[in-house]
Design a protein around this ligand. Structure first.
Ligand code: NAG
Ligand code: CA
Ligand code: CA
Length: 436
């Protein structure tokens, strides 16, 4: 502001309800002055007028939002030094809301608001004031601009953009691991007081999680949180204005937190010993049965690889890992023979394929089981000692002469007697031990 050649006095009302009554007004010459906070301004009548800390400025009115009175809310008074009080002057208002929201008494210069005003909708109204001679209609003052600044009250609670958030954090995370940040906004005036100063607290979810009061960052608060015990947590965060003090307004949000898996459980065979049976006639490659280790983890943390690591059957059997079922399938590697061996033993190991070094101390991440395989007998056909026999005889040989011996052996151990019978062939007709 520079030079004001004309005197247009704004009478300012800078009143808060708890502090003073709307009648307190004072005059001020339009000489530009810096705002003096917390000063005491002597009134013309010698009394001291206490101004509250916010102070006032030349060419500004302050008006409290959300006025609930039934009458029009008093804003302030325009006054010209040219006003002799004889009614010859007329005050005119124009600009934001002039004539509707803000009305002026053209004789006295008193300005009123006609309805309740919401600062969060509009915080400043810029208006222009004129004083004219009622008779000549000529301005006695130049048009002057002023502002009605709407004074905040704490009428907005902090709100979160989302009603429910979802977040996740690995199980077994160290205490203080950041999970997610939630931020509430408060529509009140952040530049004044604490009406928009938000502090976060946790209403539900302790002792597992905590929230940073100033930032809204949610962190883990308990060591060794185990997904295998509990996977889902519901955390309720409150945001409260007035710096979290009593009387502040608050809003809440819910955060669904899922613990994600880490490999903190080794695979385990449910039994120490597993019995399988296989027919001795089973061809190489036959699957004779399966073993399965359980793992409390999920996904790749539960993946195992099976191996035969010991036993007297390591040459005779193989194991393959079935990816889909996570089973170890035992197969025949070499032809089996009940008569030469009836029982084999394998030591089978299941080991996690993705081990996390951070959790070595919970290992080892493998387990073993004993697999006993019984070979089952099959009733095999007798076997001749040779595949063909040739006996030479003279044509005049006597009936009943022994011309040779054929031998058949029963490979089954519990030998059933071999009954031999003759078969025709082209060279003639023989019946063993008998003539033709
Ligand atoms: C949050 O968790 C609750 C209880 O566990 C569940 O009913 C709800 O569906 C979850 N909401 C979301 C969005 O994940
Ligand atoms: Ca608020
Ligand atoms: Ca796990």
């Amino acid at each position: 502001m520079t030079i004001y050649q004309f005197l247009l006095l704004f009478l300012l009302w800078v009143c808060l309800p708890h502090f003073c009554s709307p009648e307190i007004m004072f005059r001020r010459t339009p000489v530009p002055q810096k705002r003096i906070l917390g000063a005491r301004v002597p009134r013309s009548d010698g009394k001291i007028l206490h101004r509250q800390k916010r102070g006032w400025m030349w060419n500004q009115f302050f008006l409290l939002e959300e006025y609930t009175g039934s009458d029009y809310q008093y804003v302030g008074k325009l006054h010209s030094d040219q006003d002799k009080g004889d009614g010859s002057l007329k005050y005119i208002l124009s600009g934001d809301g002039a004539g509707t929201l803000f009305i002026i008494d053209e004789k006295t210069g008193d300005i009123h608001a006609t309805r309740r005003i919401d600062r969060e909708e509009k915080a400043f109204y810029t208006l222009r004031a004129q004083a004219i001679n009622r008779r000549t209609l000529r301005p006695v003052e130049p048009e002057s601009e002023f502002v009605i600044k709407i004074h905040d009250i704490n009428d907005n609670e902090p709100t979160f953009p989302e009603e429910i958030y979802t977040a996740s954090v690995p199980e077994m995370s160290v205490v203080g691991t950041s999970v997610v940040q939630v931020t509430a906004t408060d529509a009140d005036d952040p530049s004044y007081g604490n009406s928009a100063r938000v502090i976060y607290s946790i209403l539900q979810g302790q002792p597992y999680f905590s929230v940073e009061p100033e930032t809204g960052i949610i962190r883990t608060a308990l060591p060794n949180m185990n997904r295998e015990n509990r996977e889902q947590y519901q955390v309720v965060i409150q945001a409260k204005d007035m710096g979290g003090q009593m009387g502040g307004l608050s809003g809440t949000t819910t955060v669904n937190i899922t613990l994600t898996d880490v490999n903190d459980n080794p695979p385990r065979f449910p039994q120490n010993t597993i019995h399988l049976r296989v027919l001795e006639s089973s061809p190489v490659g036959t699957a004779i049965g399966s073993v399965k280790a359980t793992d409390a983890d999920t996904g790749k943390n539960a993946e195992v690889e099976y191996r035969i690591i010991d036993g007297d059957g390591t040459d005779m059997f193989d194991i393959i890992t079935e990816k889909d079922t996570q089973e170890g399938i035992i197969t025949v590697k070499k032809p089996l023979d009940y008569e030469s061996r009836r029982l084999y033993t394998l030591k089978v190991e299941a080991e996690n394929t993705h081990v996390d070094p951070r959790f070595y101390y919970l290992g080892p991440f493998k387990d073993t089981t004993i697999v006993k395989i019984s070979i089952e007998d099959v009733d095999e056909p007798p076997v001749f000692s040779r595949s063909s026999y040739l006996f030479e005889v003279h044509e005049d040989i006597e009936v009943g002469t022994i011309i040779g011996t054929v031998m058949a052996r029963d490979p089954d151990s519990t030998s059933s007697p071999v009954r031999q019978s003759q078969r025709d062939d082209s060279s003639g007709c023989f019946r063993e031990n008998f003539g033709c």
